[in-house]
Design a protein around this ligand. Structure first.
Ligand code: HEM
Length: 239
């Protein structure tokens, strides 16, 4: 009888756990203590690398959700988008780890980064490429079902599948904005708000980019609902 502790999977590593998860390769992706200019490079790399892994998952789910929306499989799309939203929340909380790095220590870490800057993050590039495609698929879905966005919010439970999807989409937009906001505060806390980044971008530019909205119509429909409501119409209660 085979020993259940013996590996049966192909690959490197003494156990199937290590072979399946490729922990040898994964744990070799961080610089060794002999290679770093400062010990906090490990913290810096761990936060960035794990963020890229979660963003890869978030965008895979988002892209698959888009395909499901194109096939009019609304509930299945909503289910996947919930995962994307959770992943974005996770990487936002990862940012707190960087608050454990002092400005002086980061000044040394920074000397190892070359011209590396977050603008070149594959994960965030994909967020920017994929999100508008979901918006297009959603608009095509509404058109195909002959409903306006306002109907989704006004006709209540009758259009619940569309409502649930729209709410997950606005959550995605909001969580991306919250990540950018929190990132800016971490940046200000570590390098300051009146300096330039490793690719020459002034930090204040980050502040102007926070409120990018992938699905502006989902935000605007709220204005429309408030305007049409009794309180909005008589000019009160709009604060
Ligand atoms: C010590 C922590 C960090 C510092 C000091 C920092 C600093 C900066 C700065 C200065 C910029 C402007 C671009 C430039 O460098 O010229 C930037 C942009 C960016 N960083 Fe970071 N960053 C940090 C952590 C992170 C983390 C953990 C991520 C996650 C992947 C990240 C992703 C990004 C992205 C996506 C942008 C572009 C933002 C946009 O499109 O508006 N950064 N960062």
């Amino acid at each position: 009888m085979s020993n259940l502790n013996d590996p049966v999977l192909p690959g490197r590593g003494a156990t199937d756990y290590e072979r399946y998860l490729r922990t040898d390769e994964l744990l070799a992706l961080q610089k060794t203590p002999g290679e770093v200019v400062h010990r906090d490079e490990h913290l810096f790399q761990a936060v960035h690398q794990s963020s890229e892994i979660w963003l890869k998952l978030a965008c895979t789910e988002l892209d698959d959700a888009t395909e499901l929306v194109r096939q009019h499989r609304v509930s299945a799309a909503t289910r996947l988008l919930r995962r994307s939203n959770e992943a974005m929340a996770l990487i936002t909380s990862h940012l707190h780890m960087l608050e454990h790095m002092s400005p002086l220590d980061y000044a040394e870490v920074r000397t190892a980064l070359g011209h590396g800057a977050g603008f070149d993050s594959p994960g965030f590039r994909r967020v920017h490429k994929s999100s508008p495609l979901l918006g297009e698929a959603f608009n095509a879905l509404l058109a195909g079902r002959g409903v306006e966005l306002l109907d989704v919010y006004e006709r209540g439970y009758e259009l619940d599948d569309l409502y649930q999807l729209a709410e997950q989409m606005i959550t995605w937009d909001e969580r991306c904005i919250l990540w950018r906001f929190h990132h800016l505060k971490v940046v200000e806390r570590i390098i300051g708000g009146n300096v330039i980044g490793t690719q020459g971008t002034p930090v204040e530019v980050l502040g102007k980019r926070i409120d990018v909205r992938f699905f502006p119509e989902l935000w605007l429909v709220r204005d429309e609902i408030t305007r049409r409501s009794k309180l909005g119409a008589d000019g009160h209660g709009t604060e």
